[in-house]
Design a protein around this ligand. Sequence first.
Ligand SMILES: Nc1ncnc2c1ncn2[C@@H]1O[C@H](COP(=O)(O)OP(=O)(O)OP(=O)(O)O)[C@@H](O)[C@H]1O
Length: 446
Amino acid sequence: MPPEEEEQLGAVETAPLQQVRGLTRVRLKLLVLSGPDVGRSVSLEPGAYRIGSAPSCEIALSDKTVSRQHLRLEVREDGVRAVDAGSRNGSYCEQMRFSELEVRVGAVLQVGTTEFKLVPEESRERVVPPSSRESFGALVGGSRPMRELFTLLERLAAGDSDVLVQGETGTGKELCAEAIHQQSKRSQGPFVIVDLAGVAPSLIESELFGHVKGAFTGAQGDRAGAFERANGGTVFLDEVGELPLELQPRLLRALERRQVKRVGANDYRTVAMRVVAATHVDLEGAVKAGKFRRDLFHRLAVLRVTLPPLRERPEDIPLLVDTVLRRMEKPPGALSEQTRALLAQYPWPGNVRELRNVVEQVVNLGEESLPEMTPDPLELSAGAGSAGLDLPFKEAKERLIEGFERDYFRSLMERCEGNVSRASREAGIDRFYLRKLLKKHGLDGH
Ligand SMILES: Nc1ncnc2c1ncn2[C@@H]1O[C@H](COP(=O)(O)OP(=O)(O)OP(=O)(O)O)[C@@H](O)[C@H]1O
C-alpha cells in the first residue's frame, strides 16, 4: 500500500513517544482532537502562545466554552509549560485540573470542550473522527477509543490490504478479524482461522501450506493448507508471533506473491486471500530480540489496529455487560445494581473475555458465585491509605486519587439521585467535566 493511503486510513502508529520524551530540540505541533476546530494542527516554534476564543490569541479557537484568554503555552527548545490564564471553567490534563504544568509530549489537554495533544512535528498521527456507531460486527463499545477504532475498521474493511490486529488477550482480536471479513467484499468467501499458539510447531507448516501424500509420516493423503482453503476469503492467523523463525520466509512469500507450496510438493499454487494476523505480544520487541523477522513484521504491519484494554475504557463496561446479557437472552435486570457497580470498578486484566465469563457465571449460578473481585488496587480510598506505599510515588498518588474520585462521585450521585445538574452544583464543578468523570468511573448510569 502506498504511504499516502496508509496515512489516510490513519491506522499507522507513530514512533514511540519515549524517543522524544527528552525533548531535545524536537519540534512539536498541537493537534486538535475534539471540539469545533477538530483536525486543526499548529506548528509550535519556541515562543509563547495564547490559546483562547479571542481572535487576538495566537491559537484562536472557535469553541464558545473556551474563555477569551484561556491558556498560555510556553514553548522552549527543551520543553513546554502550560499555564491556565484565569479561565472560567479551567484547564485539564488527563482529567485533572491544573493551573501550571510541564507538558509531556503526547499528553492530551482540555480547555472547554476542546481537547488537543502535543505531538512531534513529523508525527503522521491524524485525528480519527469517532464513528457514530457503537459496534463493528460483534464488537461493541461506545468509548472514544473504540469509536475511533470503528472508524478505522470501517475504512480498512472496504479495502483489501492485509491487517495486523494488536491487543492484550481477551480484547476481541478474533471478533475484529471476523468483522473485517464480514464487512469486506470477500464476505461470501471462507473465513479460515489458524491459531498458531494451538498447533504443534512441527505441524504448523502443513497446517498453513498443506501437504502431499507421503510428505511425512502420517501424511496419508493430499491436504490443502489454510491459505488454499481460504481462497476467495480471509485467513485469520492468530498469535502470529508464535510462527517459528524458519517458516517466516514462507509466510512472507505467501503475503508478497500470494503463492503457496504444499509440504512435499514442487509447484506453487496461487491463492487469492486476505490475511488478518493478530498478536498479543509486542512484535517490534520480538524483532529486536531476533525472534521475528523484520521484513515480515514490516509486511504484516502495513496496516495495524490496536484494541485498547478494558481498563482504559471502563465506560464501556455497562454496555458490554448488557451485550453479554442480551446474547444470553437475559433481561438487563438479571444483574443487581450492586453487582453492576462491582463489575464497573474492576480493572479486568483478562479484558472482555474475563468480563463475559464472570457475567455468565453470575447469571447461571447466582450472585453469591461472584468471585472475589479484589478491586483495582486503586480502590484504596483515602482512609485505607497504607496499601500502595511500596509503589513509585507518582503511581501511588494517582491510584489514591482515582479511588477517592470513584468514592466521591458514587456518593455524590447517590445523594443527588443521579441528577447531574444538581450534582454539578453541589460539587462545584462544571457539568461537562462531571459527566466525563462519571463516565470514566462507569457511574453514568447507562
Ligand atoms: N468489544 C467487544 N464487544 C463484545 N464482545 C467482546 C468484545 N471484545 C471481546 N469480546 C468477547 O470476549 C471474547 C474474547 O474475544 P476474542 O476471542 O476476540 O479475544 P482475543 O483478543 O482474540 O483473545 P486472545 O488473544 O486470547 O485470543 C469473545 O468471545 C467476545 O465474546
